[in-house]
Design a protein around this ligand. Structure first.
Ligand SMILES: Cc1ncc(COP(=O)(O)O)c(C=O)c1O
Length: 336
């Protein structure tokens, strides 16, 4: 849920009352927000650290099955000690590093065995299993490469699980995922949970990698032409760095969309991109043969984002539309 961060989007997946679907979030703020929205099974998937124990315990006391992740003995011991003092039980996944891209114990490491052993014998901790996020999938140039990273993600985490099982440590739950690896994978044998996030909206980066079609992109920023700059053969729009984010992930792909790609309100191609940004201004250079006069001041476009998570983060709600007719306004949460 770390892309949309909206109960209204989550409810598209789970219309039950009470909510049954386990969700994953990326901040404690989100965990608190979704708990208020009725979600009671929540994985907070950024390494926990002592400064956050009190807030995490408050959610547990509220009846939320909050699950946390960690990858080192120091945090594990501190958490067990804290849980004892609070007379509570923490639910913990060990994070496994399957590609050198982020946190986690290496699948073949002694550290992994030691950590899992100490967690499984800690009285105030329930060891739930293993989790990973294959960040390397963001290096994929196409969906075939994402498939190879998906195979690697699954092989390595299942290898880690098998080592723990062989050492007599109960690990029955394996949670994996990034959007590219989950879209590309052909099977999930042995995997209990997948955690794609950006797939709820998709974006230009995912489309160019082949994880979706451009017509699948469900998030855009509505903007207007504010100024003509004929001397620079450019337009200014009112969507700049804050509106789009400064994510430049498509710069590493075949087609660089600058800070976003302009389409018409109906989603048709314009041949324009946001080439540069200031805080509130976007600079759109016109292609050869195009004139400012073809785009009168006030002309509206939609800008498709490079990275939906980063773009959405600047907004406190979504305007939900169908063929440009407003249907609803869905709030979201931000912050930590
Ligand atoms: C731990 C974790 N799980 C799941 C996701 C979702 O992956 P994606 O953004 O590729 O959809 C992320 C994204 O950063 C993550 O860090």
């Amino acid at each position: 849920m770390k892309t949309a961060k909206s109960v209204f989007v989550a409810d598209l997946f789970d219309a039950n009352e009470p909510k049954k679907t386990p969700i994953t979030v990326s901040t404690l703020r989100e965990a608190e927000y979704f708990a208020d929205g009725g979600y009671t099974d929540i994985l907070y998937a950024v390494s926990i650290e002592p400064g956050k124990f009190t807030r995490a315990a408050a959610l547990l006391r509220q009846g939320v099955r909050l699950k946390v992740i960690l990858d080192n003995i120091a945090t594990a011991s501190a958490l067990d000690e804290f849980a004892k003092q609070q007379d509570t039980l923490f639910h913990v996944f060990v994070e496994v590093d399957v590609d050198g891209h982020r946190a986690g114990c290496l699948p073949d490491s002694q550290e992994l065995l030691q950590l899992a052993k100490s967690l499984s014998s800690a009285p105030n901790i329930e060891l739930l299993g293993l989790m990973t996020h294959a960040g390397i999938s963001y290096d994929s140039e196409n969906i075939q490469q994402a498939f190879e990273f998906a195979e690697q993600e699954q092989q390595r985490i299942l290898h880690a699980r098998d080592r723990l099982l062989a050492a007599g440590i109960e690990v029955n739950y394996v949670t994996i995922g990034s959007t590219p690896t989950v879209v590309a994978a052909e099977s999930f044998a042995g995997i209990q949970e997948i955690r794609p996030g950006v797939f709820v909206f998709f974006d230009l980066f995912q489309a160019q990698m082949g994880a979706c079609d451009e017509s699948d992109i469900a998030l855009s920023v509505l903007c207007a032409v504010t100024t003509h700059k004929p001397d620079q053969h450019a337009l200014l729009i009112d969507a700049g760095g804050l509106a789009m984010s400064k994510d430049r992930s498509t710069a590493a792909q075949n087609v660089d969309y600058g800070y976003g790609k302009l389409v018409t309100l109906e989603g048709e191609e314009t041949g324009l991109i946001v080439n540069a940004v200031n805080q509130e201004h976007g600079i759109v250079k016109l292609p050869e043969g195009k004139l400012c006069a073809e785009y009168p001041i006030g002309t509206r476009f939609r800008v498709l984002p490079n990275h939906a998570c980063m773009t959405a983060a600047a907004y406190d709600s979504y305007h939900v539309i169908d063929a440009n007719e407003p249907l609803a306004n869905w709030p979201r949460c931000n912050g930590w």
